[in-house]
Ligand binder design. Structure first.
Ligand code: CA
Length: 230
């Protein structure tokens, strides 16, 4: 069961004590935490959930951390998820290889959990995750992720949670054309019973709400392709 609005992270670590420590600390910091004890399980969880960050141990059973990192960075649905690798002391060459495989950051064991949390926050902010608590603007539209508010021309725009989530996706990549399938996957996540036309209905509502406080329609319909914020 997913909790809307929470930033989602996955921890892949085969040492129980380390895992407990990390799960406890990330949960206390407000994250929704998924955990896997080996590389294969980690891969499945990464593909099934829309994650904002992965904390990945280097040495893992079944599929090693380095190989998992490589595979995730090649996967269409997973390549944009920031990854922090955890390595053992003295694996200097490995550390370099870790970054070569596409890892975004690494920490050497034993590490400070407080520092890991700080780096995790920075990576998530940098990646512009849709759950990131930051302010994004596009033209006269302002989306304040921290306060969960939207303004257009300095006037508050009233949006339902689905329209808010749609806008946060559009504003994260202005100009990008999103197919209805991509929007469906990102907004409704694993609810596969939702009809594609539902996407049109909610985009329509978002449009209407934005047009009430501004002249131009900022959302472009791209025939047989999808929608884009222009
Ligand atoms: Ca390990």
């Amino acid at each position: 069961m997913t909790q809307a609005g929470k930033t989602k992270i996955l921890i892949v670590e085969d040492e129980h004590a380390q895992m407990e420590l990390l799960v406890y600390n990330f949960q206390s910091d407000g994250y929704e935490v998924f955990s896997a004890m080996d590389g294969e399980e980690g891969k499945l969880l990464a593909e099934e959930n829309r994650l904002d960050l992965i904390v990945l141990d280097w040495m893992l059973p079944k599929l090693s951390g380095i190989e998992l990192c490589r595979q995730l960075k090649r996967g269409a649905n997973t390549k944009e998820i920031p990854i922090v690798m955890l390595t053992a002391r003295g694996e200097e060459n490995d550390k370099v290889r870790g970054l070569d495989t596409g890892a975004d950051d690494y920490m050497v064991k034993p590490y400070s959990v407080a520092e890991l949390l700080a780096r995790a926050r920075a990576l998530i902010r940098r990646a512009g995750g849709i759950n990131a608590d930051r302010i994004q603007t596009h033209g006269d539209i302002v989306l304040d992720g921290e306060q969960h508010k939207v303004l257009r021309n300095d006037i508050p725009v009233k949006l339902g949670p689905t329209e808010y989530r749609l806008l946060s996706i559009f504003i994260s990549r202005p100009g990008r054309v999103w197919s209805r399938e991509q929007l469906l996957e990102r907004v409704w996540e694993d609810n596969l019973e939702i009809d594609l036309r539902t996407v049109d209905v909610h985009v329509g509502r978002l449009r209407k709400a934005l047009k009430q406080v501004g002249k131009e329609d900022p959302i472009r319909t791209v025939r047989s392709a999808g929608y884009s914020l222009d």
